[in-house]
Design a protein around this ligand. Structure first.
Ligand SMILES: *Cc1c(COP(=O)(O)O)cnc(C)c1O
Ligand SMILES: [Zn+2]
Length: 417
């Protein structure tokens, strides 16, 4: 059973029924799902949550959708791994990685789309749609396929091959728009007025956004029901960043975890860092940017939740920082070479931000840090392709192999005695 009671305007507080709506009719503020936390508190406990299925739907009472309407492709309950090798390198004793690369379409976007698709079914839409920086496109197309819904998926034309193919394979109507994500998004806003489609990040955005909270719930449960001291999170629209914090606060309100002052650090790529740029100016007003970075999944120049991300940064005592594309590539390699996880560019952004903070002496070696790795590297091979050593080339003989190896590294390794 869901405890969602209404939608509320984040600016003026007006309430609306639980319908497909996303902006306040009076002040144009964004709408957010509001729950009956008193009732929820009576029913929800560590035991009741832990008894649920090994997917995001174990947290159904804290979500706005009925699991019976779910399009279930197996989203969530991804591993939280200790990262001792990367931790040793950076002087951090309690570093963890939340590996959301292993979701069904290989990014955290399956969390938000699972909730949005369930809601779209409840509202009796027959078509899912989205404006995407890449990962959302993959996830919407997959959920539509599984749920027997039609799909219209809009992407900027310059996306990585892995993300284009990773959408097309599910058979949606895939539209590559000649323009930036912000232009794709504007087009989709106009289309959502004209066509009765569930644009997951427009028409049903308040429900969609709630899906990100499941990352916080899982991490707290996987830590043995406690919140991290410090979360390192990538920011595009800023929605994920704010919802992880909301998820932690909710569990504390419900008495499922003890409240602690979790710091929220948000990282962007320097070539598209409107939230961090405002943070550095100590301003709450975002100046839109024209993106120019290899971190395409984060390339939103006019972030819808930027203002709320800035509030979360300020409230939680976190840091906003922006890293160069070279640092992003180095971050991808560092995570792969130390912990065996191949992340996409957004993961490189997070690891680069973590490294900067550690090397700048801005982290306590004993704080419990979780780095959120939100998407898989096979989708953004272009980012590292040119920077990796090519394979040794050899004929199928020992002599040829040894010749190639000694050319690359001088001496041969010790042979069997
Ligand atoms: C979309 C995305 C994000 C951030 O999403 P927002 O909620 O818009 O800030 C982070 N990482 C990856 C891999 C994404 O695809
Ligand atoms: Zn309002």
């Amino acid at each position: 059973m869901s405890y969602a009671r209404n939608l509320r305007c984040r600016e003026c507080g007006r309430s609306y029924p639980l319908e497909p709506a996303h902006v306040c009719e009076f002040c144009f503020g964004p709408l957010e799902v509001f729950y009956d936390y008193q009732a929820m508190r009576r029913e929800v406990s560590r035991q009741s949550l832990a008894a649920g299925p090994p997917s995001i739907w174990r947290y159904a009472p804290l979500l706005p959708a009925d699991p019976a309407s779910a399009v279930d492709i197996g989203t969530g309950f991804t591993p939280l791994l200790r990262a001792p090798n990367l931790g040793r390198l950076l002087g951090l004793n309690r570093l963890y990685v939340k590996n959301d690369c292993v979701n069904p379409t290989w990014s955290f976007k399956d969390r938000v789309v699972s909730v949005a698709a369930a809601k779209a079914r409840e509202f009796e839409f027959d078509t899912l749609a989205c404006a995407s920086t890449g990962n959302l496109a993959n996830s919407v197309a997959a959920h539509a396929a599984k749920g027997g819904l039609k799909a219209f998926v809009f992407i900027p034309a310059d996306l990585e091959q892995g993300k284009v193919i990773g959408s097309a394979v599910y058979g949606p109507t895939l539209v590559a728009v000649d323009g930036s994500y912000d232009e794709v998004n504007r087009l989709c806003s106009e289309l959502s007025d004209k066509y009765p489609w569930a644009f997951v990040n427009i028409t049903v955005r308040p429900y969609y956004a709630e899906g990100s909270k499941t990352l916080a719930y899982e991490v707290c449960e996987q830590l043995g029901w406690r919140a991290p001291d410090h979360c390192i999170v990538p920011m595009a629209s800023g929605s994920l960043f704010t919802k992880i914090y909301k998820g932690i606060k909710e569990l504390a309100w419900l008495g499922v975890i003890d409240w602690r002052e979790t710091r929220m650090t948000g990282v962007q790529a320097l070539g598209c860092s409107p939230i961090v740029e405002a943070w550095e100016r100590q301003s709450f007003s975002i100046r839109p940017q024209k993106p120019n970075t290899i971190a395409k999944s984060l390339a939103i120049g006019n972030p819808a939740d930027g203002y709320y991300a800035l509030k979360t940064l300020a409230q939680s005592g976190g840091n906003g920082l922006a890293v160069t594309d070279d640092e992003v590539v180095e971050g991808i390699r560092l995570l792969a070479e130390t912990e065996g996880i191949f992340a996409e560019t957004a993961g490189g952004v997070v690891v680069a931000g973590l490294k900067r903070l550690a090397e700048g002496g801005r982290l306590d070696p004993d704080e419990l840090i979780v780095a959120f790795i939100t998407g898989a590297g096979l989708k953004t091979q272009e980012a590292v392709q040119e920077r990796l050593a090519p394979p040794l080339v050899a004929k199928a003989s020992i002599a040829s192999f040894e010749e190639a190896l000694s050319q690359r590294q001088g001496a041969l390794p010790a042979a069997r005695k």
